[in-house]
Design a protein around this ligand. Structure first.
Ligand SMILES: C[S@@+](CC[C@H](N)C(=O)[O-])C[C@H]1O[C@@H](n2cnc3c(N)ncnc32)[C@H](O)[C@@H]1O
Length: 269
């Protein structure tokens, strides 16, 4: 499928419901609604705090790419960062505007924009942060280049991209391919057609390192620590125990679904 058409599909998917809002039964845009989204997110993804380190960016210019329902964006605002946020969808920006309003928080800038063409000048941000976004965009490499372009030399970049060689990807393959009598479908194919918006990609460590090699960044850390999604948090104790054994066997920091990447933009020569 042509890239612009695919991006339209991605936009339509996330415009129906922003990430993390689909299971919330409270009245839309009420305080209870936003509190529930936040409680649920950090219950199942607590690792976000140690990765993002929100409070270290007080008074710093931060851009969050793909804010979704804005749970992390709220933490930038609470931490006193000069917070800028973008997302491809109106639904997301509406969520976040209402959310900031309800908690009495402010941000520098929040708008609909495309990660493949960021509406910011070069060398502007102290930090660009993006959790679970650029693998949904048809041209992930272009998003990466844009993120680096708008980061200051010496500035930081923190990204989470899905890991194809992960326990979670394996479970998705079991359900969508093997148990449906289609064992020849690849992980790539299953994730593209059956994981969130159409066209979702997941990368291996090798593929990420190859992309980064071509770009003006120093890699500070890359890991894929096992998360509650890999440990099947919603299943029985017995199933969770088997998942835990898999994680120990295949490498706790290698087979997690969340591949976290910390980069520093190189100084201009
Ligand atoms: C899985 S959600 C993650 C949202 C948020 N970061 C979070 O962790 O909850 C993916 C988000 O990426 C956004 N997105 C996808 N492609 C994008 C693009 N090219 N530019 C900006 N946002 C994009 C979607 O609209 C959606 O809100």
């Amino acid at each position: 499928m042509e890239k612009e058409k695919l991006k339209e599909e991605v936009k339509q998917h996330w415009n129906k419901a922003s990430c993390g809002t689909e299971f919330i039964n409270e009245e839309k845009f009420s305080k209870k609604y936003f509190d529930s989204i936040e409680n649920f997110r950090y219950k199942i993804e607590p690792e976000i705090f140690s990765f993002a380190q929100f409070s270290r960016f007080h008074n710093k210019k931060v851009l969050e790419v793909g804010v979704g329902a804005g749970t992390d964006f709220l933490q930038w605002a609470r931490s006193g960062a000069i917070a800028h946020g973008i997302d491809l969808t109106n639904e997301s920006i509406e969520n976040v505007k209402n959310r900031l309003n309800i908690y009495g928080l402010k941000c520098a800038d929040l708008k609909v924009a495309d990660a493949e063409s960021l509406p910011y000048e070069n060398d502007f941000f102290d930090l660009v942060y993006s959790w679970g976004v650029i693998h949904h965009s048809p041209d992930t490499f272009k998003c990466l280049k844009e993120i680096i372009r708008v980061t200051k030399p010496g500035g930081k970049i923190k990204l989470m991209i899905y890991n194809r060689h992960s326990l979670f990807a394996f479970y998705r393959w079991l359900i969508a391919a093997l148990f449906k009598g289609k064992p020849f479908r690849s992980f790539k194919n299953v994730l593209f057609y059956d994981q969130e918006s159409l066209g979702t990609k997941a990368y291996t460590f090798k593929e990420i390192k190859k992309m980064l090699k071509e770009l003006p960044v120093k890699t500070k850390n890359i890991k894929a620590t096992v998360s509650s999604h890999d440990l099947l948090y919603y299943k029985s104790k017995q199933v969770k125990f088997i998942a835990y054994l898999f994680a120990c066997l295949f490498g706790w920091n290698r087979v997690g679904w969340f591949l976290t990447i910390e980069l520093e933009k190189m100084e201009n020569k």
